[in-house]
Design a protein around this ligand. Structure first.
Ligand SMILES: C[S@@+](CC[C@H](N)C(=O)[O-])C[C@H]1O[C@@H](n2cnc3c(N)ncnc32)[C@H](O)[C@@H]1O
Length: 277
């Protein structure tokens, strides 16, 4: 089955609407594991108090909140996301921000931003270079773009410890060509996309955070309920035996991250900045 970008986006929007609450309380809002990047991203963007800031695919507003805390009375913050459920939380989270329901691939804004931020979303856009080019056209000359993405499958074992055993048994779990969370895990791919969009002065910095996933049973149930929510039904449709095999292999792979009975995963994150000159 070929990957259909329109269906992919519709499914993704539905999934983020449903997951927004758990995502906020368990991950982004709690600043857990990879979300320690929020502060690093906002620091890298060197926001001034009067800036006009755009948070692209703002989700539940973790980055917006941190960015807004750096602004003075004349500064403004706009967040866009296509998931209404996530935006509702963002509005509660950052009452002084302006949040708009919008597809990042069809930005209907006429504005000129000093800073554009994007955390853990670039890899999900079917045409990321087009989005980046459009974002650049919405920035002031001298403005700065800053983004965070996940590292490679090897650098983010939280995803790959379960996903590799799934893919081994169900290689077509996602249609061929579907964007993956690791799409910009190689810094060269991220740099190339930024160059193709016309940005200059590109810097990519790697951070390694820890993520405490608890006992294997906690990790498995949390992963299935959140990260794998969109594919869970397809995994379960393969039958109990396949699910048990996937679980057993994942547990074996998780052993190397076990410390005193609990899993501690390293988590590679890339923080990029790029200028619009
Ligand atoms: C992993 S979350 C990151 C949210 C937020 N940036 C954060 O750091 O918590 C990914 C977000 O991207 C949004 N998203 C994905 N594709 C999008 C698109 N084409 N347009 C707008 N939002 C999109 C999802 O709705 C979701 O809120």
């Amino acid at each position: 089955m070929a990957y259909d970008p329109v269906k992919y986006k519709q499914d993704s929007m539905d999934s983020w609407n449903v997951r927004a609450h758990d995502y906020h309380s368990g991950w982004a809002g709690a600043g857990r594991g990879p979300f320690r990047s929020t502060k690093e991203l906002v620091n890298a963007a060197s926001i001034s108090k009067d800036d006009f800031v755009l948070d692209v695919a703002c989700g539940t507003g973790a980055v917006s909140k941190e960015a807004h805390s750096r602004l003075g009375p004349a500064g403004r913050l706009v967040g866009i996301d296509f998931a209404r459920g996530a935006l509702k939380i963002a509005k509660e989270n950052v009452p002084a921000g302006h949040f708009i329901e919008m597809d990042a691939e069809r930005i209907g804004l006429r504005a000129s931003f000093d800073r554009v931020l994007c955390q853990y979303a670039l890899m999900f856009f079917p045409d990321p270079v087009r989005v980046l080019s459009e974002l650049r056209s919405l920035m002031k000359k001298g403005g700065l773009f800053a983004a965070v993405v996940h590292g490679t499958a090897q650098g983010v074992p939280y995803f790959s410890t379960i996903m590799e055993p799934v893919l081994k048994r169900i290689p077509d779990i996602r249609p061929q060509g579907t964007p993956t969370v690791h799409r910009f895990g190689d810094p060269e791919d991220l740099k190339n996309a930024l160059v193709a969009a016309g940005f200059t002065d590109i810097s990519v910095k790697k951070f390694v955070f820890d993520y405490d996933a608890g006992r294997f049973s906690d990790y498995w149930s949390d992963y299935m309920a959140t990260t794998a929510s969109a594919i869970r039904a397809r995994i379960e449709a393969k039958g109990e035996r396949t699910v048990s095999e996937i679980r057993a292999e994942s547990e074996e792979k998780a052993q190397k991250f076990m410390e005193n009975g609990a899993i501690r995963f390293p988590w590679d994150v890339l923080v990029a900045t790029a200028a619009n000159r």
